[in-house]
Design a protein around this ligand. Structure first.
Ligand code: GAL
Length: 971
């Protein structure tokens, strides 16, 4: 039994780390069904593991996590260690999986050495082959190998692996994610023919000024390097100068394929020529500043956890490329090596991060933090070595990131030194160390725009713990900046992406930014009745528990893009199109790094009131990165009435690996001047049909309750409302994090979620039915005076809403902000028979004040049920800003059309906001039998305060009088 528990060391008996590569040497995959038993302590099943004839074991698939295969359960914590902080020791309760695999060697297995490779085991593996102990290894997301030449037999091999859920290595793996033990990446046996090269290092440099390249492939044994396309046939270690070569970039991932032959093996080479430099505080690749428009990617699948297959990796990359993402930070560990091979091929800039995070030491005041303790040095360096050695030949990897959120300490210098000596060609990133002495980037997370503006000017405040004017202070100001996490994509959001992008594009100091994060870490759950739902941390009975904080991605857990991803795609367009109707021009700005516009074709079309009118293509002259090209606006015949909108799109001209020709990359819209842009809904002065009855008042098709002034019937349709609505089902961003953001808590504390309404008067004035009243929460001295004025002109019913805040809204005991309501509008209850919504405004997907760039002006039709965005934690969703008109229809019902003056926001759903807020999971939302329609003057923005700055004031609803009108017609 290996006493790893008392040992912070990284492992024993393993081979030296080396480059990952594919070759023609025989390989035997040991993936598949293994025998399996789970025990409660680190001792596992004891000697039973090695007993050759011991029947009655369960079986389990490999690669997989046992907690997702019906054994024990997955746990989720954000920063908390699920064990006491007493490094490197662990509790006796340490679920341990004993695994066994029997195998024979294929008959043609060559002479030479045989290597057993594990691509990833979480968290500590002890390995025996045929009863012989090979060694053990920690470092879950990194490979390890044993030389098994002397232990392996032609037939009847028994491979036995004991996997402990917790080990000293767990102290270095406190990333914000599920704790998922098991053999979760491939296991394979590799033949190493005599004389074969175990390790090689490709040095492929590109000189942008000269257009030349330089290649040298170093190897541990002499070999032959062949790249037929470049006419190269040289010995390893020899430098070749190339007069002309095409560089590798994320936009044009030019790989030169060839081989390295040594002994009896041909190794595949996929070489990308490129140069990464930092010059004058700017990240330069191939001679040009680069802008990383990135995402943080965890490996996640709702059923397989971090055991991803190749198709899923490709899905991720294709989705990223199709959404204009050009960079990935492998948060917070090296991914499966195949993912990086695919990044080389498809083209993504990669910041590869090491599997190091000691975040939970924050609860010990950082006392004993492994980053600072000499006894952990080897374990840290081992992880660094295994990352660098494995992935050093990947052109996509442009930056090494030392780890995440591990504060600082004495071992950082050794880590830095280790990487610089081995690979001086890539800059280093580490965010959490205030001096930034060991990082080539200044880097932060979740900054607000004001903080970023200062950084753009290299005028940021000196970090705490650093002396102003010191060498560190000067050096840091000279570094490029990476916003390694921002725009926390939890629930509905993030808002503000366009604001961030505008700023990020404004300074070359900004090397780029990475949205947190790519995908929700939701797991497939089943209710007792078998209904599927998305399970998060809070659905496991375990403490400490990170709750739903693992659901903060741009993709839902099943990889369906959320509206946030479309918003990101729009915000980070690599070409921007500006339409200037007054100047009569369309200007295209090329924001790419390498490519001209030759891969794109441009089209335009017009719509009048959302209906297609004219279309054509645009001949935009090519222009280099950083430059603009302009063309005249197409000649469009002005429409007689209505709004004419011109849309210009840029799409792929040819098929790419990641999308077919015609895939849209960028677009812009502008309203063209026309003879009439109004809605055409002026009020006529037809005699009002107002009839006052005993208990009701009728006005055209509308019947009101005489006492309350509520609308009760509309042309035979039972209706409730309108009531003033000041609340929305809080989003997770409304709930915020920490004291900086208490929006939802404030609404709840003051009672915006339970506003009481009063009618003061119902009277008829100049043919208008006027209902005045007051809406306010219990306990509070403040409220809103309401005035609903109804008028019927013979064809349409016009409601004018006045909402005047009264009382001390500004004085709240809840932090520095006044109470600002998330919504100001009215709510109507309509018959449940309404099924479809058609509207002219922004769509088709949801939009909010600070998340509306991806929503175009047009005419859209959707079933009401499809207007709901199924956030796995129910919350406000499905809003549409800038609505001109909305029509609801359903079988056997008159169509109900609402036209705004001015534009309005709408949501329509089969449950109320209260029901939405009360549900824990979408499957708990029940059709109330009504359609609840909100016609709002506005809603506040989304922000990303679930981890980040508070929602900027300009996206809140100010406390001031509001007036707007809606016109209702029935067909
Ligand atoms: C960061 C951290 C991420 C994640 C995020 C919040 O501080 O690096 O791993 O926890 O916050 O979702």
């Amino acid at each position: 039994m290996i006493e790893y528990a008392a040992d912070p060391g990284p492992g024993s008996g393993r081979r030296r780390p080396r480059a990952d590569f594919t070759s023609d040497a025989p390989r035997l995959s040991l993936n598949g069904r293994w025998e399996f038993r789970l025990a409660e302590t680190a001792a596992g099943t004891g000697d039973q593991l090695l007993a050759a004839d011991d029947p009655g074991w369960d079986t389990i698939r490999v690669p997989a996590h046992w907690v997702l295969e019906g054994h024990d359960r997955p746990l989720y914590t954000n920063t908390a260690f699920p064990f006491p902080i007493d490094p490197p020791r662990l509790p006796a309760q340490n679920p341990t999986g004993d695994y066994r695999r029997r195998f024979d060697l294929p008959s043609a297995w060559p002479a030479g050495r045989t290597v057993l490779r594990f691509q990833g085991v979480d968290s500590c593996a002890t390995v025996w082959l045929n009863g012989r102990l090979l060694g053990h290894s920690k470092g879950s997301r990194l490979p390890f190998e044993f030389d098994v030449t002397d232990a392996v037999r032609p037939t009847g091999n028994l491979l036995a692996v004991r996997v402990n859920r917790w080990s000293s290595g767990s102290y270095l793996e406190d990333q914000d994610m599920w704790w998922l033990p098991g053999i979760f990446r491939d296991v394979e046996l590799l033949a190493r023919p005599d004389g074969a090269s175990d390790d090689h290092f490709v040095h492929a440099d590109y000189d942008a000024a000269a257009g030349t390249g330089e290649l040298r492939v170093d190897a541990d044994v002499p070999g032959l390097v062949e790249l037929p396309e470049l006419g190269i046939r040289v010995a390893t270690g020899e430098t070749v100068r190339l007069e002309q070569v095409q560089p590798w970039s994320a936009e044009r991932p030019r790989l030169y394929r060839g081989t390295l032959t040594a002994g009896g093996e041909r190794i595949d080479l996929a070489i990308g020529f490129r140069r990464v430099e930092i010059t004058d505080g700017v990240l330069i690749i191939n001679g040009r500043p680069v802008k990383l428009r990135g995402v943080n990617r965890h490996e996640h699948d709702p059923d397989r956890g971090r055991a991803l297959d190749r198709e899923t990796m490709i899905d991720d990359i294709v989705l990223m490329k199709r959404h204009n993402v050009n960079a990935v930070r492998t948060a917070h560990y090296p991914p499966h090596p195949e993912f990086l091979r695919l990044c080389d091929e498809y083209g993504l800039w990669v910041v590869e991060e090491c599997d190091i995070e000691t975040h939970g030491f924050i609860y010990a005041g950082w006392q004993g933090n492994p980053l600072d303790e000499p006894e952990w040095r080897d374990a840290l360096l081992d992880r660094i070595d295994r990352m660098i050695e494995r992935d050093k030949n990947r052109p996509s990897v442009i930056i090494w990131s030392l780890g995440n959120e591990s504060w600082t300490g004495r071992n950082l210098a050794a880590i830095e030194d280790r990487i610089r000596r081995r690979d001086p060609s890539r800059p280093l990133h580490y965010e959490r160390e205030p001096s930034y002495r060991h990082s080539d980037f200044f880097s932060k997370m979740y900054l607000d725009l004001d903080e970023l503006r200062l950084i753009a000017d290299r005028a940021e405040p000196t970090p705490d713990g650093v002396e102003a004017g010191s060498d560190d202070d000067h050096r840091r100001r000279g570094l490029p900046f990476l916003l390694c996490e921002y725009a926390h994509a939890m629930g509905n959001g993030p808002g503000g992406l366009s604001d961030y992008q505008e700023l990020l594009e404004s300074s070359d100091r900004f090397a780029g930014a990475f949205v947190w994060e790519w995908i929700d870490h939701g797991l497939t759950g089943r209710t007792e009745s078998g209904e599927a739902y998305v399970r998060h941390g809070g659905d496991t009975d375990y403490r400490p528990n990170g709750g739903s904080y693992c659901l903060d991605g741009l993709l839902f857990a099943d990889r369906t893009p959320s509206p946030g991803l479309d918003e990101l795609k729009k915000a980070i367009e690599p070409v921007t199109i500006m339409i200037d109707p007054e100047a009569g021009t369309i200007t295209v700005r090329n924001r790419q790094h390498t490519a001209g516009l030759e891969q794109l074709r441009f089209r335009w079309h017009t719509e009048v009131d959302g209906l297609p009118a004219e279309s054509g293509s645009l001949d935009v002259p090519d222009c280099r990165p950083g430059q603009r090209a302009s063309v005249p606006l197409p000649r469009v015949a002005p429409a007689e009435t209505g709004e004419t909108w011109l849309t210009v799109t840029a799409e792929l001209a040819h098929d790419q690996l990641w999308a077919p020709a015609g895939h849209e990359i960028a677009w812009a819209q502008a309203q063209l001047p026309g003879p009439s842009t109004g809605s055409g809904h002026g009020l006529s002065t037809t005699t009002p049909e107002l009839v006052e009855g005993q208990t009701t008042i009728t006005l055209g098709p509308a019947t009101f309750d005489r006492g309350t002034g509520s609308l009760i019937d509309l042309a035979g349709l039972p209706v409730t409302g309108p009531t003033l609505d000041l609340w929305r089902a809080p989003t997770e961003n409304d709930r915020g994090q920490g004291d900086r953001n208490r929006l939802a808590a404030t609404w709840q504390a003051v009672g915006l979620d339970r506003v009481l309404h009063r009618t003061d008067a119902v009277h008829v004035l100049d043919g208008e039915l006027v209902i005045t009243g007051r809406s306010a929460p219990a306990t509070q001295p403040f409220g809103v005076i309401t005035r609903f004025a109804w008028r019927w002109d013979g064809s349409e019913l016009r409601l004018t809403v006045d909402a005047d805040p009264v009382g001390p809204w500004q004085e709240t005991p809840y932090g520095k902000h006044a109470v600002t309501p998330p919504r100001i509008g009215i709510r109507l209850g309509l018959p449940g028979g309404f099924r479809d919504a058609t509207w002219f405004g922004r769509g088709p997907d949801e939009s909010y004040a600070d998340s509306r760039a991806a929503a175009r002006v047009g005419r859209f039709t959707r079933p009401i049920d499809a207007l709901q965005t199924p956030y796995p934690v129910p919350q406000e969703n499905g809003n549409h800003v800038d609505t001109r008109w909305l029509q609801l229809s359903g079988d056997g019902l008159p169509a109900l059309r609402v036209t705004g003056a001015p534009l309005f926001d709408f949501t329509a759903r089969r449950w109320t906001s209260e029901a939405l807020a009360a549900a824990d999971h979408p499957h708990q939302l029940e059709d109330s039998g009504r359609v609840w329609l909100n016609l709002d003057h506005g809603q506040q923005g989304l922000g990303s305060a679930s981890c980040g700055p508070p929602l900027p004031d300009r996206y809140r609803l100010p406390i001031r009088p509001v007036r707007y009108s809606v016109m209702i017609t029935l067909d």
